[in-house]
Design a protein around this ligand. Structure first.
Ligand SMILES: Cc1cc2nc3c(=O)[nH]c(=O)nc-3n(C[C@H](O)[C@H](O)[C@H](O)COP(=O)(O)OP(=O)(O)OC[C@H]3O[C@@H](n4cnc5c(N)ncnc54)[C@H](O)[C@@H]3O)c2cc1C
Length: 423
């Protein structure tokens, strides 16, 4: 046993007992979802040797292909006073519209307001005004109030009985899986190594590095100075595999289901209020068909087993039939039923444990770290875990992590900011 195979002395002041010729990385990232891809991109662009490990054979098979696919500020988070989160997401939306123009598209969004709606048209109008202010009053933040009769003419696909008004605004939509794949390709062009079918079994301490073991193998695959846990709903399972026993945040995983219907795409992204409980549900265009989601159902099993339930599908069909004029959409005199579902999928939100509805919980991204303070940097390996977060803000999240790692890994001449990287 001898010193770790570390080309740059400044990265490993403490000698360790890792085997010779073991590949060394400044950063190893666990998980090829949007966060793992984003962190790998930011770290590789910073000039650090970066490794990304993914248990499955492809990227984005976890939550990052199961989202509502919106690149948005999150209008409804204004109700929870999450102004800084909404502003951050809106700014990221603007950046993505510029840097990923083929993948992220500005779309018209509609909010029909009925006599029975929980929020009045005036309250939503005020929310949209605030949304525009938080965007920095940009042209993309245009919004309009439509009377019920104007709405009926413009959007006959929307149910018009008891309609009071319709609010129209703009936000963006993407294909989450393609976006994740594009970020990962970008990470690779900056030199990141991506290893699929690599289930991280354990991260053992060796001096100020971790030795990374693949499930079923006795010898370590590589060593790293800093380990980033971007395992989404598996985050605490991965934390358990880390020898330094990092702190964990107590979380709940909340399942969200979407269904895809073999019906023509709606004319815009429609923000509906579920008649059953007033929750927001989107009816969205998706590759020429209609996607409806999402639900909120507590889930406590293995994240790999999450799947839509019949009850959730029924709930989503009820919302669709409540909001849409099926006679116009599908030439159908009867309600749309299960026979129209061509695809269904469920993903897991990671939310801090708290009382009350998941809908009301903060969507802020939380971090747990150790070994990243300048004072302890040379004594132990660095670890950082990501809890929760938004697809929309992945770049900002990765940038924050990259800044935290600087204390340990230092700066490199020629580092590139992800703000300037086109996808
Ligand atoms: C229903 C729903 C709708 C959403 N809608 C939106 C939206 O419209 N807009 C928005 O901005 N955000 C949305 N979000 C949030 C967003 O989708 C998530 O924040 C984001 O996808 C999480 O990405 P992630 O990389 O953290 O996790 P994941 O995508 O789950 O990736 C984690 C990866 O880690 C891998 N992994 C786990 N354990 C190991 C191991 N031991 N070894 C190797 N690899 C491992 C997994 O296989 C997986 O690929 C939504 C979330 C949900 C659940």
């Amino acid at each position: 046993m001898s010193a770790v195979n570390t080309p740059d002395e400044s990265h490993s002041a403490v000698a360790s007992s890792a085997p010779d010729a073991l590949p060394y990385f400044d950063v190893a990232v666990v998980g090829a979802g949007i966060h793992g891809a984003g962190v790998a991109q930011a770290c590789a662009a910073a000039g650090w040797r970066t490794l990304l490990l993914e248990q499955y054979g492809e990227a984005a098979l976890g939550t990052s292909s199961k989202s509502s696919k919106l690149i948005h500020g999150g209008l409804r988070y204004l109700e929870n006073f999450e102004f800084s989160l909404v502003r951050e997401c809106l700014l990221e939306r603007e950046l993505l519209l510029q840097n990923a123009a083929d993948l992220v598209k500005l779309k018209t969004f509609l909010i029909p307001v009925y006599r029975s709606s929980k929020r009045s048209a005036f309250v939503i109008y005020c929310g949209l005004l605030l949304y525009k202010i938080l965007t920095g009053w940009r042209a993309s933040a245009i919004f309009k109030w439509r009377s019920a009769s104007a709405a009926k003419q413009l959007y006959p696909q929307i149910e018009a009985s008891n309609l009071v008004a319709l609010l129209e605004y703009r936000d963006a939509q993407t294909d989450d899986r393609k976006l994740t794949e594009a970020v990962l390709r970008s990470a690779e062009t900056f030199g990141a190594e991506v290893k699929f079918d690599f289930n991280l079994a354990r991260a053992e301490v060796s001096g100020n590095q971790y030795l990374l073991y693949r499930e079923g193998e006795d010898e370590p695959y590589a060593s790293c100075r800093c380990l980033i846990n971007a395992a989404g709903p598996w985050v605490n399972r991965v934390a358990e595999k880390v020898e330094t026993k990092p702190a964990q945040i107590a979380v709940e995983t909340v399942q969200g289901t979407h269904i895809i219907l073999d019906l023509p795409a709606p004319p815009a992204c429609i923000y509906c209020e579920a008649p059953q409980d007033g929750r927001p549900v989107f009816v969205l265009p998706w590759y020429g068909q209609t996607m409806v989601g999402t639900t909120e159902k507590l889930f406590s099993g293995d994240p790999a087993d999450v799947a839509p339930s019949e009850e959730e599908e029924k709930y989503l069909l009820e919302v669709y039939n409540h909001c849409m004029n099926t006679a116009v959409v599908a030439n159908a005199s009867e309600e749309i039923n299960e026979s129209h579902i061509v695809e269904r999928f469920a993903g897991l939100r990671v939310l801090p444990m708290a009382a009350g509805s998941a809908n009301k919980r903060s969507r802020d991204t939380l971090f747990v770290e150790c070994g990243l303070k300048a004072s302890s940097a040379n004594e132990m390996p660095g670890y950082l875990a990501i809890y929760g977060g938004k697809l929309t803000a992945y770049r900002k999240t990765a940038e924050k992590i990259q800044q935290r790692l600087r204390a340990v890994l230092g700066d490199n001449a020629g580092a590139v900011s992800t703000r300037d990287i086109r996808l």
